[in-house]
Design a protein around this ligand. Sequence first.
Ligand code: HEM
Length: 314
Amino acid sequence: MGSRVLQLLVLWSLATTAFSLSPYYYKNICPQALPTIRKVVEAAVYKERRMGASLLRLHFHDCFVNGCDASLLLDPSPTIDSEKNSLANRNSARGFEVIDAIKAEVDKICGRPVVSCADILAVAARDSVVALGGPSWKVRLGRRDSTTASRTQADTDLPAPFMDLPALINNFKNQGLNERDLVALSGAHTIGFAQCFTFRNRIYNATNIDPAFAIERRATCPLTGGNSNLAPLDPTPAHFDTAYFNNLVNQRGLLISDQALFGGGTTDELVNTYKLYPHVFWNDFAHSMIKMGNIKPLTADQGQIRVNCRIVNN
Ligand code: HEM
């Protein structure tokens, strides 16, 4: 009897948290919502391939700070200490104009603001991955938008590029994500770019780096200056493939946090698996993206549906 009650309690708590999100949330509310988001994402990625990477990163940086609630999108104001000014986002997070464009299109086609900015981030991330040749998944929807943001929380919760494996594992664990999620989601670095200041220390000082690769990277990332010079996170930054894992095995990871996933630690085996079996990476990536998208969403009467993703409704 006791275990039956426990079972029901567990089911109930699941049903009232992340699992109240549903892939069919907008089916009746606004059936054109998802195709519209995809259209704008595809156009943006067609114009600039990197935008797909930038949009994927926005969803990650939203979810890791107080859950997937679009808190990241709020601009600074007298009441908002914007997460855009946090260490990991300042002069780095990009793609906000594309989110604005999606929101405008979606609200127009739906006739009113019914699609949350948090859901737009989740769908845009998926559509970006697909546009760059990666896996697809059914995005759970029904998130609502926060009325607050926290730069200090962002500074605490977003992982830093110089973290070692134990620190990364701990950082993900704090979000309810395990080692497998860490490796799979780090595979997002199969697309996009990083600025010199995020990997300078590694290419000049690390010992677990392919010397030829270090020399190659130093050419566009000098010891002083050139902080914002870009380098691709893997050799094929516009293609969602497994080159990232191949690279790690060859000590060609760009960030300290990338190479931390391979080099004698507990995640080596999984890196090898993803390198050898792309379909395993694809499956795990999709699974972990859904899991990340389920982090502490606001639902039902919590939060609001913002009219402008940058501003709290008054
Ligand atoms: C594991 C811990 C992680 C760390 C320490 C980390 C750190 C970074 C850093 C430092 C950059 C370069 C930013 C810049 O130079 O402006 C970057 C780029 C990027 N990150 Fe991560 N990241 C992590 C995990 C993730 C995850 C989980 C995702 C998504 C699921 C992700 C997606 C991306 C993408 C797509 C880019 C390229 C963005 C662009 O080109 O605009 N990262 N990351």
